[in-house]
Design a protein around this ligand. Structure first.
Ligand code: ADP
Ligand code: MG
Length: 568
């Protein structure tokens, strides 16, 4: 392997040449204290920046094994190091120097969650990090001296500062790792305690704004658990913690408008992920298999059995194998539930703000006016109990607008000026006092859960010219020539997860034969297993640093919205 001095003289020699000559720096270089791999060299200063990988041997990085001794610690440590790189890049590198991306180092963007990222990987042998760099140029002429400074001065300083234990803020790294491990441990305890979620005392649930996931700073009412729902869970690092446990079964969140109902539900939705210290939701945890359900009119649906909720459509369409290019509010919400169950959901999170009214309720008077034979929809109200009884799937519903749900609820929590109150007994008393004449319409059983066999070759990740094309934003994934609408998928925490979903779908399409004849749930099991054992690498064509592991539910959600999807 060539060494860093050779890289320096090569770069100076390239000064003034055409940009394409940068190709010569591709490959491995030995630096004092680390190895550098130039994995991809951009073709021009405006193209996607070049990709670097630095590998610091553990003897040099010196991170005690304790910080990565189990999976949750390792993921949190890696997440911390990504944030360190991002923090130090603007301080230790000059940045912009020339045309296009010239002179800029960067690392993947991130938010409030501790996620399993590809940007940093810690093993017993080394710490490896993936960075992007814009190789500097004036116009299309190589700025060789600038490049030499970037590689020989800035990069080593960055590696020393952000990737070696000696320079890290020990308290901060310890806190980050403990926080990730504690949240994971809390989530593990939910099942054995018969809970679907836990919200710690003192948690800060509201966010800064509708477009920022950071905590609200002013006028926050910290979370106070109601005494009757208070439980104490154990944290391996920080000891016992009190909070509100939401039991399995059917839970209603009621209360006046603007009293914090949706904020609580959103926090529960994000509680499937771990959060960084200072987020306010560090110890708000929800069962891993909790899925947000909403109406999503206009969405594509491919061969889903929605008959538990919808049958007898006026056009005679078979709802046990329902497809549409343009679902209505209620049919989309039904499809969202059935698909979530197919993918293995154990908890449904539903907010009235984003639900179809006629899917949620059908009251006494409407039953009188519109006969059951004339109404294809069986409201969720009549299915929520059979769903729990038959399949053990719990529901948490924000429902400020209809008391009909008191009948079916096991727990009723009222948000009162951002403070939860257990009003279960009062709600049950009201049920006795004002009995409904409403007739249940859902039958005794919930009905079958879909078990579709997708034809993975109907995923087209390549353009007609055969080029793999994967782009992602918060709103959509572009896969080949198809666009998958993600704008109403609430539990994708970050764009890097969306990007990873794109690569996983591409992988499934390229390996369609291996999965042929397998039901979707089984395909998801396999993908999830690989993610846990080997991370994202097996799904990627190269060492990309801008990805984070998604959940199985969002992989399924993206596949289900891919308009080219076919079943076998
Ligand atoms: P609801 O769904 O009951 O109508 P929201 O959850 O949308 O109410 O909350 C209304 C507003 O109150 C939002 O702007 C939210 O950020 C804010 N909010 C929610 N919880 C708190 C809290 N604990 N402290 C301060 N503000 C809060
Ligand atoms: Mg609301």
């Amino acid at each position: 392997m060539r060494d860093h001095r050779e890289l320096g003289s090569l770069l100076r020699r390239l000064n003034g040449k055409g940009y394409g000559a940068y190709r010569e720096i591709g490959g491995g270089w030995r630096f004092p204290g680390f190895l550098l791999f130039v994995d991809h060299v951009q073709g021009d200063p405006f193209a996607t920046p070049s990709r670097l990988r630095v590998r610091v041997p553990m003897e040099v990085a010196g991170i005690p094994r304790d910080f990565y001794r189990n999976r949750s610690r390792k993921i949190a440590l890696e997440d911390f190091l990504v944030r360190e790189l991002a923090r130090w890049i603007p301080r230790l590198t000059k940045g912009n120097r020339g045309s296009g991306h010239s002179g800029r180092f960067s690392v993947v963007a991130f938010g409030q969650c501790i996620l399993h990222r590809t940007a940093v990987c810690v093993t017993e042998e080394h710490v490896e990090a993936i960075l992007s760099v814009g190789l500097p140029a004036a116009g299309r002429r190589i700025l060789g001296h600038e490049a030499a400074e970037m590689f020989l001065t800035e990069l080593p300083a960055l590696v020393r500062q952000a990737l070696t234990f000696g320079s890290l803020d020990k308290a901060a790294v310890r806190e980050h790792v403990a926080c990730g491990e504690d949240a994971e441990a809390l989530r593990e305890q939910l099942g054995e305690k018969g809970l679907v979620a836990f919200v710690a005392e003192g948690a800060v649930l509201p966010r800064e704004s509708g477009v920022s996931d950071r905590p609200l700073r002013e006028g926050v009412v910290p979370f106070v658990p109601p005494p009757s729902l208070t439980v104490t869970l154990e944290r391996p690092n920080r000891g016992p913690i009190r909070g509100m446990g939401i039991p399995e079964g059917v839970t209603l969140i009621v209360g006046g408008g603007y009293h914090g109902k949706s904020t609580l539900l959103s926090a529960l939705a994000q509680g499937v992920y771990n959060h960084i210290p200072g987020d306010g939701r560090e110890y708000v945890v929800t069962r891993r298999e909790a899925v947000v359900i909403r109406a999503e009119d206009g969405r594509f649906v491919c061969g889903v059995d929605i008959s538990p909720f919808i049958d007898n459509l006026p056009n005679g369409i078979d709802t046990s194998n329902f497809s549409t290019q343009n679902a209505s509010g209620s049919t989309s919400q039904a499809a969202n539930i059935m698909e979530a169950l197919e993918a293995g959901a154990r908890v449904l999170l539903v907010d009235e703000d984003t639900s179809a009214t006629n899917f949620m309720i059908r009251d006494e008077r409407m039953q009188e006016l519109v006969a059951k034979e004339k109404e294809p929809i069986t409201p969720f109200l009549d299915k929520v109990v059979p769903l729990y009884r038959d399949y053990g799937v719990s529901s948490v519903l924000v429902m400020g607008g209809s008391g009909d749900y008191f009948e079916v609820a096991d727990t009723v929590i009222m948000m009162d000026a951002y403070r939860p109150v257990d009003v279960t007994a009062r709600a049950k008393e009201i049920v006795r006092k004002y009995p409904l004449k409403r007739r249940p319409e859902g039958g005794e059983r919930f009905g079958p859960i879909p078990r579709r066999v997708p034809d993975l070759s109907s995923i087209r990740a390549r353009t007609p010219k055969g080029k793999l094309k994967i782009r992602a934003t918060k709103m959509a994934i572009q896969l080949g020539n198809s666009v998958i609408d993600l704008s109403r998928i609430h539990q994708i925490a970050e764009v890097p997860q969306a990007r990873a979903i794109g690569y996983i779908l591409a992988y499934l399409s390229e390996n369609a034969r291996r999965f042929a004849g397998k039901p979707l749930a089984e395909i998801l099991d396999r993908v999830e297993h690989t993610l846990e054992e080997e991370g994202l690498w097996p799904f990627l064509p190269a060492r990309y640093g801008d990805l984070a592991a998604p959940r199985r539910f969002e992989i399924a959600a993206a596949l289900n919205r891919l308009r080219t999807l076919r079943l076998t």
